[in-house]
Design a protein around this ligand. Structure first.
Ligand SMILES: CC(C)(COP(=O)(O)OP(=O)(O)OC[C@H]1O[C@@H](n2cnc3c(N)ncnc32)[C@H](O)[C@@H]1OP(=O)(O)O)[C@@H](O)C(=O)NCCC(=O)NCCS
Length: 143
């Protein structure tokens, strides 16, 4: 089941998010997420296990995907695709552009985004603290 974030999810979200970057749980406490009207989190839950989540911001015409992660034992089972599908199917009509940044080396994520119509629009040199480049990807929505 895909649904919005509940306070009781936060421990599992933090555990998963800290695998993306170590400061995740410090930056994203529940109150911060709940109080920030621009941040949205979709969780993929089955039997009270959060198998993956998608975090994004919605600002006027633009959605920016911040993080998407699926627990390693549940990968390649279409969970990230379901989260992306759910988000895209429920966008407000006012949204015209989807954007995100991804590590140049992150092939699975790049292929996931390409599957959902994203294209590489720019390279941000040495964007990450370890010196890796980021690819800026985007998808324009035609409505
Ligand atoms: C990227 C990630 C979210 C994909 O989740 P997933 O649930 O396994 O993805 P899906 O099963 O829905 O696969 C969707 C598409 O992604 C691509 N993909 C996913 N895993 C892949 C892999 N190991 N190798 C190549 N392509 C892959 C494929 O294009 C796939 O489509 P297909 O099955 O039609 O070929 C997952 O690998 C993950 O959590 N990675 C670590 C976190 C991360 O790097 N997040 C992105 C940056 S925030």
């Amino acid at each position: 089941m895909i649904r919005g974030l509940k306070e009781s999810d936060i421990e599992q979200i933090h555990e998963l998010g800290n695998k993306l970057f170590p400061n995740f749980s410090k930056v994203n406490n529940f109150t911060f997420i709940e109080k920030n009207r621009f941040i949205k989190v979709l969780v993929y839950e089955e039997n009270e296990i959060i198998k993956g989540f998608l975090m994004f911001t919605e600002l006027d015409e633009t959605i920016d995907i911040l993080d998407i992660i699926v627990k390693s034992e549940f990968r390649n089972k279409n969970i990230a695709s379901c989260l992306m599908d759910y988000m895209i199917s429920n966008l407000k009509d006012s949204v015209k552009l989807l954007t995100l940044e991804v590590r140049k080396s992150n092939k699975p994520a790049i292929l996931l985004y390409k599957k959902f119509g994203f294209e590489i629009v720019n390279v941000r040199k040495k964007y990450y603290s370890d010196g890796e480049d980021a690819l800026l990807m985007g998808r324009r929505l035609e409505k």
